[in-house]
Design a protein around this ligand. Sequence first.
Ligand SMILES: Nc1ncnc2c1ncn2[C@@H]1O[C@H](COP(=O)(O)OP(=O)(O)O)[C@@H](O)[C@H]1O
Ligand SMILES: [Mg+2]
Length: 270
Amino acid sequence: MKSRYEAAKQVFVDSVDIEDYIDLDASVAAYKQLEYSLEKPLKMILLFGRPGTGKSILLNRIQEKLKHQKEIHYFDTPAVNEKEFFHKLFKVLTQKDLPSNTEVNFSALVEFCQNLRGKREIIILLDEAQMYGTEMMEKIRLLSDSRAVKFVVSLHKTDDEDLIAKEHFQSRIWEVIELKNATKEDQTAYIHKKLLKKNLFEIANSIKAKDMKLIHKFTKGNYRECNKLLFTIFEICEYYDKNEPAKVNYAHIHHRIIEMSALKLGYIHV
Ligand SMILES: Nc1ncnc2c1ncn2[C@@H]1O[C@H](COP(=O)(O)OP(=O)(O)O)[C@@H](O)[C@H]1O
Ligand SMILES: [Mg+2]
């Protein structure tokens, strides 16, 4: 028989699916800030945060919400090369396909954008922008100077490198929206709501406030880490459910299981 924990485990497979978006306090605040910033005459807006804080899902959400009112496009991972990126951009801007063997004439594209000023307003959501090189960012900036194209640049915050300090980011006055790791409240809501969406009420109820505190401590409120931890917790629960059901407390997830998962993921050491 299939364990009930199988479904719970699947809930925490890391993915960016707009159907799974949840209104959390911090996401709602960042969303509103982003929506508001998009109304301002800004050329570039910076969305900033550590990996796993929900930048991609937020960009997807805003694209989904505004796509009927605005020309808004989401660019996920940067194209392998510049040529491919400009082809994609060319298509979005000119609404025409460029033959694949043709190089985009950049200055012509800039001019094209200048002519769009006041006629069209295009929003480009650039995810994973830390992967674009300085030259690319400079070109992106030149396009944004036309004021026909606005860029939302999503960047990972890393420990070793302060990307914002880089010249091409620093020299512009941008709006900065920062996503932080989740508070215990937001993370609790995230876990519960994700399970409830799949009708896993009993399992949601089996994770108590104390457990949430522990989960938050181990993951530091990072959503990606949270997904990993919950996946592992339910994986272990599933194992016991199948092999030693007498040991399973369905009403309350055992602390030992949370700790075993944390150990497995290297959050704690023996
Ligand atoms: N508001 C939210 N609603 C639903 N899922 C979320 C939310 N915020 C983050 N997540 C989930 O957390 C994980 C990490 O989010 P992601 O957008 O990929 O982060 P980032 O792009 O900052 O690395 C994903 O599985 C994502 O679906
Ligand atoms: Mg991302």
